[in-house]
Design a protein around this ligand. Sequence first.
Ligand SMILES: C[S@@+](CC[C@H](N)C(=O)[O-])C[C@H]1O[C@@H](n2cnc3c(N)ncnc32)[C@H](O)[C@@H]1O
Length: 247
Amino acid sequence: MESAERFAGDLNENYELIMRAWPHANALRNVLAGNIVDYAAALHGSFSIIEIGSGAGESTSIILETLHFKGLLERTKFTSVELDPVLAAKQKKSLQSFIQKGVLEVIVADAFSYLKVSPAEVYNIFTSTWTLHNFNADLRLPLLVDIYRIMKSNGLFAVMDKYVPDEPDEEKRTFAEQLGSFHVYKSAGRKDLQSIMKAHEIEDRAPEYIMRTQETFKVMQQIGFSNCNLLIRARRDGVVTALKRKV
Ligand SMILES: C[S@@+](CC[C@H](N)C(=O)[O-])C[C@H]1O[C@@H](n2cnc3c(N)ncnc32)[C@H](O)[C@@H]1O
Protein backbone atom coordinates (compact mmCIF):
# COMPACT_ATOMS: atom_id res chain seq x y z
CA MET A 1 0.00 0.00 0.00
CA GLU A 2 1.25 3.50 -0.87
CA SER A 3 2.08 5.81 2.06
CA ALA A 4 -0.58 8.27 0.91
CA GLU A 5 -3.25 5.55 1.03
CA ARG A 6 -2.06 4.48 4.48
CA PHE A 7 -2.64 7.99 5.67
CA ALA A 8 -5.83 9.12 4.01
CA GLY A 9 -9.55 9.19 4.84
CA ASP A 10 -10.34 8.24 8.43
CA LEU A 11 -6.84 8.89 9.71
CA ASN A 12 -6.37 12.38 8.28
CA GLU A 13 -9.97 13.43 8.92
CA ASN A 14 -9.97 12.36 12.58
CA TYR A 15 -6.38 13.16 13.40
CA GLU A 16 -6.98 15.26 16.51
CA LEU A 17 -9.17 12.56 18.04
CA ILE A 18 -6.72 9.84 16.99
CA MET A 19 -3.88 11.66 18.72
CA ARG A 20 -5.63 11.26 22.08
CA ALA A 21 -4.11 7.77 22.21
CA TRP A 22 -0.65 9.36 21.97
CA PRO A 23 -0.60 11.67 25.03
CA HIS A 24 3.20 11.89 24.77
CA ALA A 25 3.09 13.44 21.27
CA ASN A 26 3.91 17.03 22.17
CA ALA A 27 6.48 16.06 24.80
CA LEU A 28 8.41 14.25 22.04
CA ARG A 29 7.85 17.10 19.57
CA ASN A 30 9.33 19.49 22.15
CA VAL A 31 12.44 17.32 22.55
CA LEU A 32 12.78 17.24 18.76
CA ALA A 33 12.37 21.01 18.47
CA GLY A 34 14.84 21.64 21.30
CA ASN A 35 17.45 19.51 19.59
CA ILE A 36 16.93 21.22 16.23
CA VAL A 37 17.22 24.64 17.84
CA ASP A 38 20.39 23.76 19.78
CA TYR A 39 21.98 22.54 16.56
CA ALA A 40 20.80 25.59 14.58
CA ALA A 41 22.05 28.02 17.23
CA ALA A 42 25.62 26.81 16.67
CA LEU A 43 25.44 27.46 12.89
CA HIS A 44 26.74 30.68 11.39
CA GLY A 45 24.39 32.77 9.24
CA SER A 46 21.16 31.57 7.71
CA PHE A 47 20.20 27.91 7.68
CA SER A 48 17.64 25.73 5.91
CA ILE A 49 15.26 23.12 7.32
CA ILE A 50 13.11 20.68 5.36
CA GLU A 51 10.23 18.73 6.87
CA ILE A 52 8.30 16.02 5.02
CA GLY A 53 4.81 14.73 5.87
CA SER A 54 4.14 17.82 7.92
CA GLY A 55 0.36 17.27 8.04
CA ALA A 56 -1.51 20.26 9.45
CA GLY A 57 1.77 21.56 10.90
CA GLU A 58 1.59 19.81 14.27
CA SER A 59 5.40 19.67 14.61
CA THR A 60 6.16 22.53 12.22
CA SER A 61 4.48 24.99 14.58
CA ILE A 62 6.42 23.75 17.62
CA ILE A 63 9.76 23.88 15.78
CA LEU A 64 9.05 27.38 14.42
CA GLU A 65 7.84 28.68 17.80
CA THR A 66 10.96 27.27 19.49
CA LEU A 67 13.19 28.91 16.87
CA HIS A 68 11.31 32.15 17.46
CA PHE A 69 11.69 31.88 21.22
CA LYS A 70 15.46 31.43 20.81
CA GLY A 71 15.72 34.43 18.45
CA LEU A 72 16.69 32.29 15.45
CA LEU A 73 13.74 32.95 13.16
CA GLU A 74 15.45 35.65 11.07
CA ARG A 75 18.08 33.12 10.03
CA THR A 76 15.58 30.32 9.25
CA LYS A 77 14.39 29.09 5.84
CA PHE A 78 11.83 26.32 6.48
CA THR A 79 10.41 24.14 3.68
CA SER A 80 7.41 22.04 4.66
CA VAL A 81 6.35 19.29 2.23
CA GLU A 82 2.90 17.69 2.61
CA LEU A 83 1.08 15.48 0.13
CA ASP A 84 -2.48 16.14 1.28
CA PRO A 85 -3.71 19.53 -0.02
CA VAL A 86 -6.37 19.84 2.72
CA LEU A 87 -3.80 19.41 5.49
CA ALA A 88 -1.34 21.70 3.71
CA ALA A 89 -4.07 24.37 3.51
CA LYS A 90 -4.74 24.04 7.26
CA GLN A 91 -1.04 24.47 7.89
CA LYS A 92 -0.82 27.51 5.62
CA LYS A 93 -3.69 29.09 7.55
CA SER A 94 -2.42 28.44 11.07
CA LEU A 95 1.20 29.30 10.23
CA GLN A 96 0.35 32.28 8.03
CA SER A 97 2.51 34.69 10.06
CA PHE A 98 5.64 32.61 9.38
CA ILE A 99 4.80 32.50 5.66
CA GLN A 100 4.32 36.29 5.61
CA LYS A 101 7.70 36.78 7.29
CA GLY A 102 9.29 34.72 4.48
CA VAL A 103 10.43 32.03 6.95
CA LEU A 104 8.09 29.20 5.90
CA GLU A 105 7.18 27.76 2.52
CA VAL A 106 4.49 25.06 2.43
CA ILE A 107 4.71 22.81 -0.60
CA VAL A 108 2.00 20.35 -1.65
CA ALA A 109 3.96 17.48 -3.11
CA ASP A 110 4.91 13.86 -2.80
CA ALA A 111 8.08 13.87 -0.71
CA PHE A 112 9.71 11.20 -2.90
CA SER A 113 9.29 13.25 -6.07
CA TYR A 114 10.22 16.50 -4.33
CA LEU A 115 13.47 15.17 -2.87
CA LYS A 116 14.37 13.35 -6.09
CA VAL A 117 14.59 16.60 -8.04
CA SER A 118 16.19 18.61 -5.22
CA PRO A 119 19.88 19.47 -5.71
CA ALA A 120 22.37 17.75 -3.40
CA GLU A 121 23.66 19.29 -0.15
CA VAL A 122 21.11 22.10 0.24
CA TYR A 123 19.54 21.60 3.67
CA ASN A 124 21.23 22.00 7.06
CA ILE A 125 18.47 20.10 8.85
CA PHE A 126 16.07 17.32 7.80
CA THR A 127 13.08 16.67 10.02
CA SER A 128 9.89 14.64 10.00
CA THR A 129 7.40 13.28 12.51
CA TRP A 130 5.37 10.07 12.26
CA THR A 131 5.80 9.87 8.50
CA LEU A 132 8.75 7.60 7.66
CA HIS A 133 7.11 4.55 9.31
CA ASN A 134 4.27 4.78 6.78
CA PHE A 135 6.67 3.82 3.97
CA ASN A 136 7.56 0.15 3.71
CA ALA A 137 11.24 -0.74 4.00
CA ASP A 138 11.64 -1.00 0.20
CA LEU A 139 10.50 2.62 -0.18
CA ARG A 140 12.14 3.91 3.01
CA LEU A 141 15.64 2.90 1.92
CA PRO A 142 15.75 4.99 -1.29
CA LEU A 143 14.02 7.81 0.61
CA LEU A 144 16.76 7.78 3.29
CA VAL A 145 19.36 7.79 0.50
CA ASP A 146 17.76 10.90 -0.98
CA ILE A 147 17.45 12.54 2.44
CA TYR A 148 21.19 11.96 2.95
CA ARG A 149 21.93 13.38 -0.52
CA ILE A 150 19.99 16.63 -0.02
CA MET A 151 21.51 17.27 3.44
CA LYS A 152 24.57 19.49 3.73
CA SER A 153 27.78 17.99 5.03
CA ASN A 154 27.57 17.92 8.87
CA GLY A 155 23.80 18.35 8.51
CA LEU A 156 21.37 17.17 11.18
CA PHE A 157 18.75 14.42 10.74
CA ALA A 158 16.17 14.88 13.53
CA VAL A 159 13.09 12.67 13.36
CA MET A 160 10.33 11.60 15.72
CA ASP A 161 8.67 8.36 14.69
CA LYS A 162 7.86 4.77 15.60
CA TYR A 163 11.42 3.73 16.45
CA VAL A 164 10.28 0.66 18.36
CA PRO A 165 12.37 -1.20 20.96
CA ASP A 166 14.64 -3.92 19.50
CA GLU A 167 14.25 -6.04 22.62
CA PRO A 168 11.34 -8.48 21.85
CA ASP A 169 9.67 -8.40 25.30
CA GLU A 170 9.74 -4.61 25.43
CA GLU A 171 8.48 -4.43 21.85
CA LYS A 172 5.54 -6.70 22.77
CA ARG A 173 4.83 -4.79 25.99
CA THR A 174 4.70 -1.40 24.24
CA PHE A 175 2.51 -2.85 21.48
CA ALA A 176 -0.01 -4.08 24.06
CA GLU A 177 0.16 -0.72 25.86
CA GLN A 178 -0.54 1.20 22.63
CA LEU A 179 -3.48 -1.05 21.69
CA GLY A 180 -4.84 -0.67 25.23
CA SER A 181 -4.88 3.11 24.89
CA PHE A 182 -7.34 2.95 21.96
CA HIS A 183 -10.22 2.68 24.45
CA VAL A 184 -10.25 6.52 24.34
CA TYR A 185 -12.03 6.32 20.97
CA LYS A 186 -14.84 4.22 22.45
CA SER A 187 -15.25 6.75 25.26
CA ALA A 188 -15.50 9.47 22.57
CA GLY A 189 -18.29 7.52 20.84
CA ARG A 190 -16.05 6.37 17.99
CA LYS A 191 -15.69 2.63 18.56
CA ASP A 192 -15.05 2.33 14.79
CA LEU A 193 -11.73 4.16 15.22
CA GLN A 194 -10.67 1.56 17.76
CA SER A 195 -10.64 -1.19 15.10
CA ILE A 196 -9.23 1.09 12.39
CA MET A 197 -6.30 2.13 14.58
CA LYS A 198 -5.76 -1.42 15.80
CA ALA A 199 -5.45 -2.56 12.18
CA HIS A 200 -3.06 0.33 11.42
CA GLU A 201 -0.92 -0.51 14.46
CA ILE A 202 -0.78 -4.18 13.46
CA GLU A 203 0.27 -3.17 9.96
CA ASP A 204 3.01 -0.85 11.32
CA ARG A 205 4.35 -3.92 13.11
CA ALA A 206 4.47 -6.10 9.98
CA PRO A 207 8.01 -7.09 8.86
CA GLU A 208 7.89 -4.77 5.84
CA TYR A 209 6.97 -1.70 7.95
CA ILE A 210 8.37 -2.11 11.46
CA MET A 211 11.22 0.29 12.35
CA ARG A 212 13.27 -1.45 15.03
CA THR A 213 15.63 1.22 16.32
CA GLN A 214 19.03 -0.47 16.11
CA GLU A 215 18.16 -2.20 12.82
CA THR A 216 17.20 1.19 11.39
CA PHE A 217 20.48 2.69 12.64
CA LYS A 218 22.42 -0.03 10.79
CA VAL A 219 20.64 0.84 7.55
CA MET A 220 21.31 4.55 8.13
CA GLN A 221 25.00 3.91 8.86
CA GLN A 222 25.30 1.93 5.60
CA ILE A 223 23.97 4.99 3.78
CA GLY A 224 26.59 7.18 5.49
CA PHE A 225 24.86 8.65 8.55
CA SER A 226 26.91 8.81 11.73
CA ASN A 227 26.20 9.49 15.42
CA CYS A 228 22.78 7.77 15.21
CA ASN A 229 21.20 8.37 18.59
CA LEU A 230 17.85 7.68 20.25
CA LEU A 231 17.32 10.74 22.47
CA ILE A 232 14.11 9.63 24.14
CA ARG A 233 11.36 7.05 23.73
CA ALA A 234 7.78 6.95 24.96
CA ARG A 235 5.98 3.66 24.31
CA ARG A 236 6.78 2.86 20.65
CA ASP A 237 7.78 6.38 19.64
CA GLY A 238 11.23 7.88 19.75
CA VAL A 239 13.21 10.95 18.79
CA VAL A 240 16.25 10.05 16.71
CA THR A 241 19.12 12.24 15.59
CA ALA A 242 22.02 11.54 13.24
CA LEU A 243 24.61 13.50 11.33
CA LYS A 244 25.78 13.51 7.74
CA ARG A 245 29.37 13.26 8.78
CA LYS A 246 32.24 10.98 7.91
CA VAL A 247 33.47 9.12 11.00
C1 LIG B 1 0.93 10.46 10.69
S1 LIG B 1 0.86 11.92 9.73
C2 LIG B 1 2.01 12.93 10.60
C3 LIG B 1 1.62 14.37 10.58
C4 LIG B 1 2.49 15.28 11.43
N1 LIG B 1 3.85 15.27 10.95
C5 LIG B 1 2.45 14.91 12.91
O1 LIG B 1 3.49 14.78 13.54
O2 LIG B 1 1.37 14.75 13.46
C6 LIG B 1 1.73 11.50 8.24
C7 LIG B 1 1.68 12.61 7.21
O3 LIG B 1 2.49 12.27 6.08
C8 LIG B 1 1.79 12.67 4.90
N2 LIG B 1 2.33 11.87 3.78
C9 LIG B 1 2.14 10.55 3.52
N3 LIG B 1 2.80 10.18 2.41
C10 LIG B 1 3.45 11.29 1.97
C11 LIG B 1 4.30 11.54 0.87
N4 LIG B 1 4.60 10.57 0.01
N5 LIG B 1 4.80 12.80 0.71
C12 LIG B 1 4.48 13.80 1.59
N6 LIG B 1 3.67 13.62 2.65
C13 LIG B 1 3.16 12.37 2.84
C14 LIG B 1 0.34 12.40 5.22
O4 LIG B 1 -0.55 13.09 4.36
C15 LIG B 1 0.27 12.88 6.67
O5 LIG B 1 0.00 14.25 6.75
